[in-house]
Design a protein around this ligand. Structure first.
Ligand SMILES: NC(=O)N[C@@H](CC(=O)O)C(=O)O
Length: 350
């Protein structure tokens, strides 16, 4: 599919799911929801609210707020996640499992990213909890970056594999782990080759861009996210993994809205907003890689297989049609600037 004549004018695939989404809460959530629900049947909803979603009761209440904010006529199944802290109890995991609402538990190493201050300082504090998760089959979603300030920001994921991921998985070999939003060839290779139940999500922006994008013609805060964009060799390895057909790799947008002022600031927040146009961006990435025929497995099959859920039964259609992204999106009482704001994009959700 390297030449234009081989590119289809439209693409109909099983409805995809987003296995890593920041919906936030309140008015922002109400604005994000229709963007995600238009494309995706379900999403793994990140728990890094302020305060974070640390209990089953919090997750149930958050899910109800999401469903109440869903526009009439739209369907969307929010899959809830607990935020692991040093104080999470094994009983909380059993409650979560019994609830049928909580699908996974998330590791935010303390200080790694947005709203991670209450995250885990040392995974050893959580071994009793991880034992129960392994026993009941609760997946562990891992933000895979060390927080050691001595480690260069571009190396934090690779160092995490050696310092945290390998010891974790040798202590809990039957624990299902999702290495969230991988950004390096090291992580792609680790996930492809590791033994046992492991998978990884990959964002659209890490498939499309390398770190030059952050500095093209000046500093461009809307391309700053965590884990940060890496070198081209890493982008290529991620694209190869996503298009390989390997069931361990699946779609997770990590779409993360921050208000314009919080990003365009002296110390701006990390996060790219892609919920508006995620499938269009993934289609663009897979088209450039000559791998449009691999998009459906990555977006719609591999995730449910890993989570033990059925595939969605309806479809979406993407047309190869250029359109211009809005320059900004009103959200709550502010504006969010989507990734590629004001630029042309070659695919359009029908
Ligand atoms: N991806 C980001 O850069 N930011 C996310 C947090 C996260 O997933 O790291 C956010 O919540 O803003």
């Amino acid at each position: 599919m390297s030449t234009l004549e081989h590119i289809p004018s439209s693409l109909t695939i099983t409805r995809p799911d987003d296995w890593h989404l920041h919906l936030r809460d309140g008015a922002t959530m109400a604005s994000v929801l229709p963007h995600s629900a238009r494309q995706f049947g379900r999403a793994i909803v990140m728990p890094n609210l302020k305060p974070p979603v640390t209990t089953t009761a919090d997750a149930v209440a958050y899910r109800e707020r999401i469903l109440a904010a869903l526009p009439q006529g739209m369907t969307f199944d929010p899959l809830m996640v607990l935020y692991l802290t040093n104080n999470t109890s094994p009983d909380e995991i059993r409650r979560a499992q019994d609830s049928g609402v909580v699908q996974a538990v998330k590791l935010y190493p303390a200080g790694a990213t947005t709203n991670s201050d209450l995250g885990v300082t040392d995974l050893k504090n959580c071994y009793k909890v991880l034992e129960v998760m392994q026993e009941v089959g609760m997946p562990f979603l891992v933000h895979g970056e060390v927080t050691d300030p001595e480690i260069d920001i571009f190396d934090r994921e690779a160092v995490f594999i050696e310092r945290v991921m390998r010891p974790l998985r040798s202590a809990f070999p039957a624990l299902s782990v999702v290495f969230e939003h991988i950004t390096t060839k090291d992580a792609a290779q680790y996930v492809a080759e590791a033994e046992g139940p492991i998978a990884a999500t990959i964002t659209a922006h890490h498939l499309l861009y390398n770190r030059n994008e952050i500095f093209k013609g000046g500093i461009r805060p809307h391309y700053y996210c965590l884990p940060i964009l890496k070198r081209e060799e890493h982008r290529l390895a991620l694209m190869t993994a996503a298009a390989s057909g390997d069931e361990r790799f699946f779609l997770g947008t990590d779409s993360a809205p921050h208000m314009q002022g919080a990003k365009e600031a002296a110390c701006g927040c990390a996060g790219c907003y892609t919920a508006l146009h995620a499938m269009e961006l993934y289609a663009e990435a897979f088209e450039r890689a000559g791998a449009l025929d691999k998009l459906e497995a990555f977006a719609s099959f591999n995730g449910p297989a890993f989570y033990g859920l059925p595939r969605n039964t309806d479809t979406i259609t993407l047309r190869r049609e250029s359109w211009t992204l809005p320059a900004s999106l009103p959200m709550g009482d502010g504006e969010v600037i989507p990734l590629n704001a004001g630029e042309q994009i070659n695919w359009k959700m029908a």
